[in-house]
Design a protein around this ligand. Sequence first.
Ligand code: ZN
Ligand code: ZN
Length: 322
Amino acid sequence: VGHRFFTDFRYDTQSAVQVPELFTRAIAAVDLLEAALRSIDSREAATGAAGAGGRLGFDDAGLTVKQYTRLEELLPAGWELVASGGMVEGLREVKDAGELERIVAAARLADEALTSVLQAGVVGRTERDVAIDLELAMRRLGAECPSFPSIVAAGEHSALPHAEPRAVAIPKGTLLTIDWGAQLDGYCSDCTRTYATGELAEPEREVYELVREAQARALAAVRPGASGREVDQVARGIIEEAGHGEHFGHGLGHGVGLEVHEAPRLSRTGGEQSLRTGQVVTVEPGVYLPGAFGVRIEDLVVVTEDGGQSLSGLPKTLTVVD
Ligand code: ZN
Ligand code: ZN
């Protein structure tokens, strides 16, 4: 069994530095799929096993239909294509010490960036302007990039779970949701805080406390052996009991690592698997009241023997920002 890494001319020098020695590097002159399949053919010829065939796994969660068709065309006789989506992602679920260190550093950097932006003041500035400042702050602190486009959403806009920052000024006396993360040394962070920009109305305060309670209880339920669905249900049960079940339409959380959304999932539908020590997941319940306001609180959490250890250092008690 060998490990081969295929790339093209553009990444020749870079891959020589970055690809582990375990892999034999191959610089493809033709397209990567063709180069990979030719290597199967030449290996068969070398071992005298031509035509013996085999099974070729591919990531059906990432390959386009066009690439799949091409694979079928190029496949040597006797070979079978086997959908193996999630196989590589599965290997990434449990993080080693070096990976954890990088994720911790990314989370700290993101906290520091938001702290500086909040200190400079956000009320009266546009959501877009604040988002740009936040992303710039992360880059200045050393992040390669934000791990996803930052969400800065005030008032009724915060009722959109994936709101895009608008060219609209953040008013006083409303809720402000900020969901942001940094990518540092290849690894991502992900965190959400919802702030008050002054005195809030009673329903806003109530929903904030509900989400805070749900988030804290779900966080306390994170431990090796608990299923993603069970942890999701802890938060969901509290939110349902308060009559807001239909306002929490997304899953509780997701794995974070090289990608900001990866396995495992903490949700009603995709959370059958038990959590394992060394996984890094988010715990992010939310309540969204269309046309009114929304609250989401998200921590990045390492699963340890002793339970969930949050990497998000910013306070979760309702905080007023100016
Ligand atoms: Zn997030
Ligand atoms: Zn998230």
